[in-house]
Design a protein around this ligand. Structure first.
Ligand SMILES: [Mn+2]
Length: 300
């Protein structure tokens, strides 16, 4: 596979600073080497230019830094669309999770009408300007991606040519959902597997069902949006918003191995790596190992 890496050093969408250093930490953990070792052609296209938080005025209490985030989404969408249209697999390194609006918009712009989105996360990221408890946009990207949001937030997605149908998203690993978000999520049409279902069924069954769900709704190309906080903080301490009770080391790998076996993977992003909170770059190293598993690294 031809893989194109793009870093998005953005932490404007979260209040805890540090995820802007995520792309650097992941590269330092030898990402390109890991992918080349399993036979892929890899090109690192560097980082997208993202404004530094200190250089900005706090513009909007319910949509913090939205005036800087929106143009970043547009530029990211252009870059991702170019990569995808050229037949290469985009591999986006975050950065906070708000960046997903730009990546998914770019894939849709490239004509990926058969896109299915697998969203690994401790959170639903389905708030909007009305339900948000914090005003942090990294808690809202899925609302923008499916075009279900309060008008105030939706106004910042007018540049998007289309939204992704809600039944082409499956969320896995949820364990921390805000009250207003919960109601909207239930009514959204998005399929969800919480940690409770993973405990009951096992991650293998959950991942297979998620893939089957996307396949039966017409997905032929899979994009994985992997928030490192889906993994338990004991294993992945260096994340923006840690929540106890997450995936184990092996569960997270097994999910990626099953993604690889599906043969559908066409791109991926790994977000919310926060080196400030990390221990000796362990979380970035895990990110690299999980990316390698998703792109086909096998034990035997
Ligand atoms: Mn997230």
């Amino acid at each position: 596979m031809e893989i194109e890496i793009l870093g998005v050093p953005m932490d404007l969408g979260s209040s805890r600073r540090g995820t802007d250093m995520g792309p650097s930490a992941i590269r330092y953990a030898r990402l390109t080497e890991a992918l080349r070792q399993i036979g892929h052609t890899v090109r690192d296209t560097g980082n997208l230019e993202v404004p530094v938080a200190e250089s900005l005025d706090m513009d909007h209490p319910r949509l913090k830094h939205i005036e800087a985030i929106e143009p970043t989404w547009r530029r990211l969408a252009e870059r991702v669309a170019r990569t995808a249209a050229a037949g290469r697999a985009p591999l986006v390194l975050g950065g906070d999770h708000s960046l997903a609006v730009g990546t998914v918009a770019g894939l849709l712009d490239a004509g990926w009408d058969d896109l299915g989105l697998l969203w690994f996360d401790a959170h639903a990221d389905f708030n909007d300007s009305e339900t948000t408890p914090s005003g942090n946009v990294h808690g809202m990207p899925v609302s923008c991606i499916v075009g279900q949001a309060a008008p105030e937030l939706l106004a910042y997605t007018r540049w998007m040519r289309r939204y992704l149908p809600a039944d082409r998203i499956v969320m896995i690993g949820l364990r921390d959902v805000d009250p207003g978000e919960r109601q909207r999520l239930r009514a959204s049409g998005i399929a969800v597997y919480t940690m409770q279902q993973i405990d009951e069924m096992g991650i293998a069954e959950v991942t297979r069902r998620a893939l089957e769900h996307l396949r039966t709704r017409g997905a032929r190309r899979l994009y994985v949006s992997f928030d490192m906080d889906v993994v338990d903080p004991d294993v992945a301490p260096g994340v923006g918003t840690p929540v106890v009770g997450g995936l184990t080391y092996r569960e997270s790998h097994l999910a990626m191995e099953i993604v690889a076996e599906s043969g559908l993977l066409a791109g991926m992003e790994v977000v919310e790596v926060n080196p400030i909170r990390d221990v000796l770059n362990r979380t970035a190293e895990l990110a690299v190992a999980l990316i390698a598993s998703a792109f086909g690294k096998r034990i035997l």
